[in-house]
Write a protein that binds this ligand. Structure first.
Ligand code: CO
Length: 299
């Protein structure tokens, strides 16, 4: 097996083995549900099994080649108080919002939307057949940023930098966070999010920094992945989210054949969460105001 590490991680002589010490403290499987106008999806984070993982509020995986599972899409709906991150593995969706933004979410691309004080948008399929596969993550905003101006960023596949793993172990796509000298396109958030898509060749290993300040998880979506330093490893099957214990980094290894997993982490906000569907605030009063503002057409 290749003894592989990120070339970037070798810049520090003390970074081998011991640093990538995070283990899996618990694992959960998603629940099949539907959202929008009836899109079938798997809710991995945001169910009664795992309600939240500060600063993350929700993770959905949508994956189907049955058009009736996705054709209805997500017509106009509001958000306030957090960010939505949509990452497409396969398929095409069109985003439109009431701030005049419009864009195509294509395979390999992502959309990072900061709802802030309020936005109304739709996410509709741009295909009538074929595979749709992607993820939507909800990232909370600290109270002081919840009423910020909404903003939106489209990332095409070529906007997302790739880091080759040593020993032809695979490749890491960096949507957010920093791997060696490579910084993902999304930065400047108080939660300092890390969003990595780790693609491993058979036997491939990735050793990834996840600072001790962060909480996070690993979610294999193709193949099974072994997580943890040698001697303290735990296998996560495809579709099984592993919550990471405290530590400085995480080691992933493909179990059999190829594997692909999301590694997502952020600094916990540590504030109360008062949520009603797509409105996420810190007090009941702020939540009532959000509903009133939406009903009054102030988004
Ligand atoms: Co939305």
């Amino acid at each position: 097996m290749a003894q592989a590490a990120l070339s970037a991680s070798t810049t520090s002589s003390s970074s081998v083995a011991l640093v990538f010490d995070r283990t899996v403290e618990r694992s959960v499987r998603g629940m099949r549900t539907s959202d929008g106008a009836g899109v079938k999806l798997t809710r991995v984070l945001g169910t009664q099994v795992l309600r939240r993982l500060d600063p993350f509020l929700m993770l959905d995986e949508f994956r189907s080649d049955e058009p009736q599972d996705y054709l209805a899409g997500f017509p106009d709906h509001p958000h306030r108080g957090f960010e939505t991150v949509t990452y497409m593995i396969a398929g095409r969706f069109r985003h439109r919002d009431n701030k005049g933004h419009e864009g195509i979410l294509a395979a390999g691309g992502a959309q990072w939307m900061t709802a802030g004080r309020g936005i109304i948008h739709s996410e509709m399929p741009e295909q009538e057949e074929g595979l749709v596969h992607g993820f939507q993550l909800w990232l909370n905003l600290p109270r002081k940023d919840k009423m910020c101006e909404p903003s939106y960023r489209d990332l095409q596949s070529e906007d997302i930098p790739r880091v080759a793993l040593d020993g032809a172990s695979g490749v890491v796509r960096v949507l957010a966070g920093k791997i060696g000298d490579v910084t993902g396109p999304i930065a400047g958030r108080e939660t300092e999010p890390i969003y990595l898509d780790v693609e491993l060749e058979p036997g491939g290993v990735a050793e990834l920094p996840v600072p001790a300040t962060h909480d996070g998880f690993v979610y294999p979506f193709d193949g099974d992945v072994i997580v943890g330093a040698p001697g303290r490893e735990r296998t996560l099957a495809r579709g099984e989210l592993g919550v990471l214990a405290k530590g400085d980094g995480v080691r992933l290894r493909a179990k059999d054949g190829r594997a692909r997993a999301l590694v997502i982490a952020g600094k916990p906000i540590g504030e109360p969460i008062v949520q009603y569907g797509p409105f996420v605030m810190t007090t009941p009063e702020e939540l009532e105001q959000a509903v009133r503002d939406f009903q009054a057409g102030k988004f």
